[in-house]
Design a protein around this ligand. Structure first.
Ligand SMILES: Cc1cc2nc3c(=O)[nH]c(=O)nc-3n(C[C@H](O)[C@H](O)[C@H](O)COP(=O)(O)OP(=O)(O)OC[C@H]3O[C@@H](n4cnc5c(N)ncnc54)[C@H](O)[C@@H]3O)c2cc1C
Length: 368
């Protein structure tokens, strides 16, 4: 099939990879450069969804997709470790707990994991946590540890997946798609400012810009930008051995030698500038958990836009009012973790095959 994909983030590139692997003729349009928005500036943590905290279909997609990440790392790296392709590596992750009610809830969650060794979930007392890193604040009373969690470089990941797709024949065109070519009730191609490219199927994986593109055709896709900011710090002392998170924030030492802390959730439209207020808030929150960070120096501040839906679940759907049109977006705060799963499921919808997991819960119909 001749497939056009709009969007060179993780959602578009992963879809291109699985389609090219299946022998289809793929052309991907990206108006800026590949991974130049959220997919290149995310933190890159892949941690399991805490059981019971999200919808079951979301949990399934997340587990399935993290499995695909492991597979991709093995397949796409020369040495089999995945390091050259995305710096993919296993790294324990701890949810820091600060009050007794939260602690009770977390212990309850932990007990529900006892038969699920694949997550290596454990409750850690403050003493055990301090043994891992003595710099954690005494205001923390314990933590929920996941040993089977991963970290990677999202920019290298997206580029690596694209390069693999390209090596199987996929083509990149650095142009903006200004509209879709529609005949009757079917999409038959895409338009740039000076050309028309025909396609059997068009996939819109344009992140938070998806709503605007499809709104032109009266297809309402409730995805909107949610800005997030990250600070990269030159911190004193050794790197953190595990990644830490609490409330909506986190701290982790990355392979660039810097300690990354984040983040914000800001509804400010398509404004992707960094702000002083976010910087102050993120530093304040991180210093509460890791007081030694008051000595750290700020090296870089970044901001980008997550594609977020009202129920925080992705949209992966081919049953739209227009035929030959597939939408894949809404990865939200976990779009890097969900990317390969979204890509494989989207590729299946394009070709009319049964998706590898049930994606009926990700259809647009759920919004009524
Ligand atoms: C601060 C922050 C930290 C994050 N950390 C994590 C994390 O640790 N783990 C995790 O799993 N996720 C994380 N995420 C979420 C993740 O980054 C996103 O969910 C994911 O990158 C979205 O990918 P996407 O491909 O859907 O969208 P995008 O990466 O936004 O890609 C969409 C692309 O479409 C292109 N495009 C749009 N319109 C057009 C057009 N008309 N023509 C051509 N091209 C077009 C854009 O230029 C863009 O490149 C984080 C996000 C933020 C903001």
């Amino acid at each position: 099939m001749k497939v056009v994909i709009v969007g060179g983030g993780i959602a578009g590139c992963a879809t291109a990879y699985y389609l090219a692997k299946d022998g289809h003729q793929v052309t991907l349009f990206e108006r800026d450069s590949l991974a130049s928005h959220a997919s290149g500036f995310a933190q890159g943590g892949l941690r399991p969804v805490i059981r019971g905290s999200r919808q079951p279909e979301y949990q399934n997609l997340s587990d399935f997709s993290i499995g695909l990440h492991r597979q991709l790392a093995a397949d796409l790296s020369g040495s089999g470790t995945g390091e050259e392709y995305s710096d993919f590596h296993q790294k324990g992750s701890v949810l820091l707990i600060q009050d007794e009610t939260e602690a009770e809830e977390s212990k309850h969650v932990y007990e529900s994991y006892t038969d699920y060794h694949q997550y290596d979930c454990r409750w850690l007392s403050f003493g055990e946590l301090s043994h891992i890193d003595a710099r954690i604040s005494t205001q923390v009373i314990g933590g929920l540890y996941f040993g089977v969690a991963y970290e990677l470089d999202p920019y290298k990941l997206t580029l690596g997946i694209w390069q693999a797709a390209e090596s199987m024949g996929a083509k990149l065109i650095n142009r903006e798609i200004t509209g879709l070519k529609v005949e009757g009730d079917a999409v038959v191609g895409v338009r740039t400012c000076d050309s028309v490219v025909d396609a059997d199927v068009v996939v819109i994986a344009a992140g938070p810009w998806t709503a605007g593109m499809l709104g032109q055709l009266d297809v309402e896709v409730p995805v909107s930008p949610l800005r997030g900011q990250i600070l990269r710090l030159d911190a004193p002392g050794p790197p953190l051995k595990i990644s830490l998170w609490w409330d909506t924030d986190y701290a982790t030492s990355k392979s660039d030698g810097l300690l990354w802390i984040g983040t914000t959730e800001e509804e400010v439209g398509f404004d992707d500038r960094t702000t002083y207020d976010a910087r102050e808030r993120i530093i304040g929150s991180a210093v509460e958990m890791l007081p030694y960070l008051s000595e750290a120096e700020l090296v870089q501040q970044t901001a980008c836009l997550r594609p977020m839906t009202p129920d925080k679940m992705p949209i992966i759907d081919a049953s739209l009012p227009l035929k030959n049109l597939v939408v894949s977006t809404g990865g939200g705060r976990q779009g890097i973790a969900l990317g390969p799963g979204m890509g494989m499921a989207t590729a299946a919808l394009v070709t009319g095959n049964e998706p590898p997991i049930d994606v009926s819960g990700f259809s647009l119909k759920r919004f009524g």
